[in-house]
Design a protein around this ligand. Structure first.
Ligand SMILES: Nc1nc2c(c(CN[C@H]3C=C[C@H](O)[C@@H]3O)cn2[C@@H]2O[C@H](COP(=O)(O)O)[C@@H](O)[C@H]2O)c(=O)[nH]1
Length: 365
């Protein structure tokens, strides 16, 4: 072999050992959600972050999280969350976060969609979780993708029965929820041996890679929007799915991710409400009035994107402030977000909501 040929051979071997294919260094996976959230924050004119409020919120949140010993254990402490750590829990969490959107009601609080289960009346997110448990108790395999695929067994009538309400109001967007189940069932069957555990294995321990795999393969998770000329990725349900796995399995087994810190807060309708109540947010007068009048905001509208993107960015700033004041602490956007959601639900239960949440009907959150 000539000297050149030897050099070429060595270069090929070196590239292989460094995992460099055809000259490009393989970059670690990124979701680009935080990049998009910062872009929204930089270009928002109806939602402004209050630096003092955000700093004060960081110390309040951290003090409360510490006093409560808030950790991934809080996830399983909710009586309706899966208590096992097995493939059945993965199926339950996938089904739950496939449908984890849009529970708010036009009507008064007592007429809203709710589910009676284990002697309690559940509303909002918990009504979904309760309905899934109720179906399983009734021998309806609602967390099985094979079942979603079986048009003879899994009929529209059966799904209407699964999500039946204790009130006259049915679950919002029922037809879209049915479509999500059938679409996901088809994709799991065609590409992932009928199980989401295959997706987890293909992500090879990367949370970001799993989020990207989910949004690339499942259109009903592809939560992205055009804002001021740029595609902004929010990926709320794809991210909360990964976060729920991580919390349920406490970072082990199907919840083991080396880069869980890349998961951001979840851009829903509760977090903006909580951040406004914590004086981290200020709304422009037109937006403030619109929200207080309980008027709907169309999915994709600039106001909606500003509310969602600024929420994700604000919780990143809160996280950075907590870490700055407490170097080396193990806090991430997920735990801050989970804590804020649970706290918001307590305020709601006590009738202490300072401002309504915004009202957008969509499958994205
Ligand atoms: N940002 C964020 N959004 C969350 C959750 C959860 C529940 N997560 C559980 C898991 C760990 C936590 O400790 C919680 O126990 C639901 N949601 C969203 O809120 C809306 C439902 O509101 P309401 O109708 O009032 O129940 C809807 O868009 C739903 O997708 C969260 O944690 N963070």
């Amino acid at each position: 072999m000539s000297d050149d040929e030897v050099d070429q051979e060595l270069l090929v071997l070196l590239r292989k050992s460094l995992g460099i294919a055809n000259g490009s260094v393989s970059q670690p996976p990124e979701t680009k959600v935080l990049e998009g959230a910062e872009y929204v924050y930089d270009n928002a004119i109806d939602v402004a972050l209050d630096p003092q409020g955000t700093k004060a919120a960081a110390s309040t949140i951290w003090a409360l999280m510490q006093s409560k010993g808030y950790s991934t254990k809080a996830w399983s402490s909710h009586e309706l969350h899966p208590q096992t750590r097995d493939a059945a829990a993965v199926d339950f969490i996938f089904t739950m976060d496939l449908l984890n959107f849009c529970f708010w009601s036009e009507g008064t609080s007592d007429g809203r969609f709710s589910v009676n289960y284990r002697g309690k009346t559940w509303t909002g997110y918990w009504s979904l979780v309760a309905a899934l448990h109720r179906a399983l108790d009734e021998e309806i395999p609602i967390t099985s993708s094979d079942f979603w695929q079986d048009r003879g067994e899994c009929t529209d009538e059966v799904l209407r029965y699964v999500f039946r309400s204790a009130t006259k109001e049915q679950i919002p967007l029922l037809e879209k929820r049915m479509a999500c189940l059938r679409e996901a069932g088809q994709i799991l069957y065609e590409r992932f041996q009928c199980s989401f555990t295959t997706c987890i294995r293909e992500a090879k321990g990367s949370a970001a890679a799993l989020v990207n795999l989910i949004v690339e393969n499942f259109p009903c998770f592809r939560d992205e929007v055009k804002f001021e000329g740029k595609k902004v990725r929010l990926y709320k349900r794809a991210q909360i799915l990964v976060a729920d796995l991580w919390a349920c399995f406490e970072g082990e087994s199907y919840g083991r991710f080396d880069d869980i810190g890349k998961i951001t807060a979840f851009a829903d309708y509760r977090i903006p409400q909580m951040l406004h109540s914590l004086h981290c947010f200020h709304y422009s007068p037109p937006l403030d009035h619109h929200i207080r009048q309980l008027r709907p905001i169309e999915s994709g509208h600039s106001w909606e994107v500003q509310l969602r993107g600024c929420s994700v960015w604000c919780i990143e700033l809160i996280r950075r402030e907590i870490v700055r004041r407490n170097p080396g602490v193990a806090v991430n956007a997920i735990l801050i977000d989970f804590f804020l959601y649970d706290t918001m639900k307590q305020l709601e239960a006590e009738g202490l909501e300072a401002i309504p949440h915004h009202r957008t009907r969509s499958i994205w959150y």
